[in-house]
Design a protein around this ligand. Sequence first.
Ligand code: ADP
Length: 921
Amino acid sequence: MTADPALRTHEPPPAPAPRKRAPAAATPAAEERVTPMMAQYVEIKAANADSLLFYRMGDFYELFFEDAEIASRALGIVLTKRGKHLGQDIPMCGVPIERADDYLQRLIGLGHRVAVCEQMEDPAEAKKRGAKAVVRRDVVRLVTPGTITEERLLEPARASLLVAVARRKVSDDEHAYGIAAVDITTGVFQVVETARAGLGPTLARLEPREIVLADTLHDDPDLAGVWREIGAPLYPLPRDGLDAASAERRLKETFGVATLDAFGAFTRAEIAAAGTVLAYVERTQIAARPALRPPAREDASGSLVIDAATRANLELTRTLSGERAGSLLAAIDRTLTPGGGRLLAERLAGPLTDIAAIRARQDAVARLVEDTLLRDRLRERLASTPDMSRALGRLALDRGGPRDLAAVRDGLAAAKGIAALLGEAGDLPAEIEAACRALRDLDPVLEARLAQTLADELPLSKRDGGFVAQGIDAALDEARALGSDSRRFIAGLQARYAEETGCRTLRIKHNAMLGYYLEVPAAFGEELLRGPLKGDYIHRQTMSDAMRFTTLELGELERAIASASERAVAIELSIFTDLAAMLAAERPTILAAGDALSAIDVAASLADLASERAWSRPKVDDSLAFLVEDGRHPVVEAALAREGKPFIANACDLSGENAGAIAVITGPNMGGKSTYLRQNALVVVLAQMGAFVPASRAHVGVCDRLFSRVGAADDLARGRSTFMVEMVETAAILNQATRRSLVILDEIGRGTATFDGLSIAWAAIEHLHEDNRCRALFATHFHELTRLTERFARIDTLTLKVAEHAGQVIFLHEVVKGAADRSYGLQVAKLAGLPLSVVARAGEILAELERTEREHPRAARLDDLPLFAAPVRRAPAPAPPQPARDALREVLGALDPDEMTPKEALEALYALKAAAKVGAS
Ligand code: ADP
């Protein structure tokens, strides 16, 4: 892809510069002398050492030295050389301006940051300062994962959140964490405060593209696990400049207010986080300022807490392998606008706990389920509604083009149409009514002026001109007419010159080097050079068979055309600026209308889904009910439907008066246990986000937290198969689940030996029943656990029905009361194609093991356990002391006297003494 470097720049090649060394060495030798341009490059690069520098030269961004090597490897573009220094080449590669977006995307995706350095003046200006003067350049923007604004680099239906985390002490041993999330593409700005335990779940909900934080937080070992789990790139900022006073000042300056009270009462941690995020926006956007909305404070207790592991496990917005396809979001997303897509994802990621708010959303969906006609009409309008918020975001940053103006124009037109539709719809539920009011608040002049001003066909860049319609601006029309008149005039000139010279093949042509010229065959040219017309026709070029001339008249015309088109573009740019300013002044109402369209889109899309799939409106209240009839798993159901297979609907009831019930589920592998567990968890998520649920009836007492854990054996997809992880996650549940939580445990205790595993699973269920008292579903292959029903009132057993036919197992996927009589492991193994000899041999071994078990049943031994293990649990017996002799033996056994230096021998002696002491105490 590399063109000849000489063709693409207006400047001489950079002189060789020393690699990775300051160029301005004292009294440099001749070959070490640095050209002014390289000096400029090195200085700018030094100020942006952690970014790849895109250095603008004409129509290319060039990269030099190490940056060039990195970029050429990452992008697969040819590494060239440019000049030498001390016998060494300067590596260089370049990307053409018009394809810069693609390259940026790939570099950002690979974790690089890019500093974009532009020419800040016309090269002609620089030349006026002297032949050697360099064009002024400066970095205008740092491109980082959280600050991308290019349409092509953004996922339309996903927010692009830059998140800052700050920490403030609230008591001697407690910290509050402030989290500020900004989407510079839409202006969204939210802040929230949480305790340490809420940090992970809150960040997991936001799915940040990038996290900025003070270096002290970045380096805190206690938080390393949180950052790892979230997986977003981190950018530490030095703590200086992030103090409380600077944060508050930044916020006030950004929003031009004297006090922050108008936005709500922020905590210190929230202000600190908001200040940090603004500092980073300033740092990356340099002179440009995104149009942020005033910060909106969120109540951390207002949403269902779902930690990162649970989100991943339930595959809410991404599958375990990180894709959107196959997630719950993909299965329910029928939105038609990018903004609607973002809102749906946001609601799915952060279901509510406020019952009134949930019901308000349900009302909107319900209304559109009933009113099919209104829904269809709305969806028809929404289908052609562009992304106004992001278009406005680009315009605010001065990165917008004519098509962004058109996006706002079309969005405003859609808003008008939808407001009219809703106006005829009679009584509306509160959410839709509010949206409708926001749409009516729009000033009709905005759309009218855009519609009138913009041409039908729009160029990508405003600098190309041609986007303003005819008849808008008299001066513009005149300049354009001059351009086209001149062209007509040139055609007239050609005829006149042909007659004057007698050369019928005379043509007036144009190229970049000569501008307009006239061309005649060589023989005629000679005549013109000598003949009577020689004063009028000025020779420019001799070709092999033709000669080129110009005339004074042609020169004048050329200047007129050029200046007319320059004038036209200048007028168009000023009209663009006016339109952008008009929209900027109305930004709050336009953004509110955009949000309203998104809310209508979400309600209509959920209604569409609900009516097509026969989903029902769940009853949501503050009870401890959890009742689902004919529940289905939306993703598994859709996957089966593609294969023409039915999904077997199943009920679930964990309702309790004062505490939740627990269902222990057994059944063969592949029976459908995991599917059943997850579909019930998804009912909670869908119900609390205000959607309908895949069931014929559902009643959900609002949950505060949702936990879902998969035993180690099943968790390989996340690359975390260790038993330790499973135990850490189980510990988190047992420590955090409240009476309002819903817990889903799938095969806990599988990652260790049978007795260990069974004991842990048993004790965990006891704890859930006695201490957490939450609603829970517990799938297990330990059949012994079904005996817990005999001891605990609120534990029930369920199993997945299987039929056997001619030695083959058939999974019916039907959940029924009771326990599985056996595991059907051999049948499943046979289905999987294990060699028949192995299956037969396993059958023999199983028969033998079962005989032993019949004679000394393990379950009977479990019956001997104390009925309520609580006292034992609360005061665990002290661990038996380690025999001292063993410790001594170990140390002694490890010694090799023949290999030891005297110093090592002495140290060993001390170690032995220490071991003896531990044993004695
Ligand atoms: P388990 O956890 O018991 O091993 P899964 O829940 O993973 O079983 O289910 C195994 C497969 O069975 C699923 O991939 C799905 O194809 C099918 N399945 C599960 N539940 C149902 C159901 N209710 N109706 C129809 N097919 C089901």
